[in-house]
Structures are given as C-alpha cells and as structure tokens.
Design a protein. Sequence first.
Length: 277
Amino acid sequence: MKQDGTFVRSAPFSPEDSFGGLYNLKSLRDGRLVVLVERGLPKNFSGRLPEDRELAIELITADLEETRVIYEKKIRAGRWARNPETNAMTRVRFPYHPTIRLGVDPSGRLAIGDNAKYEIEIYDPDKGRILTFSHPYTPVKLEEKDKKAFFDAFKMAVFVGNVKKILPKPPDYIVQLTEFPEFLPPYRGLIFDSEGNLWVHLYTQSRATNVFDVFSPQGEFIHQIIVEGPPIDAWFTSSLNKCFAGNVLWQIERDEDEFASLVKYRLTSGSAGEEHD
C-alpha cells in the first residue's frame, strides 16, 4: 500500500504451508519488511507430526518477495492433539514457554531475543549479527495464579454445523495436555523507542506489566523504569497495535464491545499526559 492509501498488492507469507503463523511485522526505512513467522507443515505432509515449532525471521522486499532468512530456531512450545469429539487436529499451546522476540530500531537494526535467557542479539538486516549483550536477573517462579490467568483468557474457535463458535473455556483435553514451565521467562518482549533505545518488557514477581529495562543503542544498561499513564498490557511489545514517534506513543485500544480507538500518549518525565484522537 502506498503512503496515500492506494492498494498495491498482497501476498501470502507461506503459500505452501499449513498451521503456520505470522507473529510480527516491521518495516525498514528503505521499504523492505522484516517478519517473524512460524513455518507450518508442507502441503500434503504425511508422517509423524513435529513437536517443535520452527520460527524464522525473514527479510522481505517492498514487492513482498522473500530475500533471505536472518534468524531461525526450533522451540518446544506445544503439542499436536486431536479433538476427541470431532477428531480435528489442533496444536495445544504451552504458555509462558520461551520463544523468539523481535524489535526494529529507527535505523533499521534488529533486536532478536530467545527469552529462554536474558540475552539479546543486535543484527544488521544485510550484514548479520553485530552485537550481543546480556543482563542479570532473578528468575520468577510460575504460580497457580499464572495458570488460572492463562485459562481465564483462553479462546478457541470451533465449528458446529458449519457455524463458528467461540468456546467460553478450554475443553478438558486442552487443560490436561497443557504444560507450564517452572519459571517465567526473563522478559515478555522487545521494543525500540524513537531514539534507538531498547525497552525490554519484563516479567515481575508482582506480575506488574508496566516494568521495563532500558538499554542504549550500544547495549549498555540505562535504568529499570515503571511506565505510568498508558495502559500496558501483557503483550505490549509483541503486538502490532502500537509504535513510538518522538515523545509520543500511539496505541490502538479496544473497549468491552471491541470498538477500536487510536490513542496518543505524550511521554514525559513527570506525570503522563494523554490525548485521544
């Protein structure tokens, strides 16, 4: 799509795969895109279903053609199962397990993190990895309230007589097959501000979702901060519904009726102000 909103073209991100997914999408200054995808199963796949998810960060041209893979890794974050009532195949997700997180700074550098540990790699999209840094942290033990929070927010679509239905709670077989880790990952996600500083969205003992470690563009730790003002949800840094611009945070927010509003928050050193547009 052009800057004036004119549609140009569309393209599937994995035309030959099934059970894949698009998890993050970032644009570079030259018009190219960086995407975080899960590679699904090849067309007409047969044989034993893989336990691991294969995640990849790919560089895409402005014409939506893949040029190369920047990063890829297999992670264990779920298992395949069949619905005992319909025999339909589904993947049971393992919540809070380590996964791959992605951020892109204003200059086009990538922050890539496997949050199994507190280590982050900085990549040039063309030259490869240019910097790696880590940070000490105290592991946070997963508790029963975390499991309850996951199942309380669980949503699953099924088809009954060709009619789509959202289940109000997970089926018993999903609950039984879901696995949880002993500890929460060190961080939830990564996001850059407009100055190129990296904000690392932390898991905390209190389960507060507005706590961040901030690092300079060179990977030097600056400070741990608590954000006041804009609502910070658990998936703030992995959602496509927000971006930094100067001293402003733009965020898409939805009310109880799923009505979407574009909200502008001004970032200040004192009390946070906000403007609604």
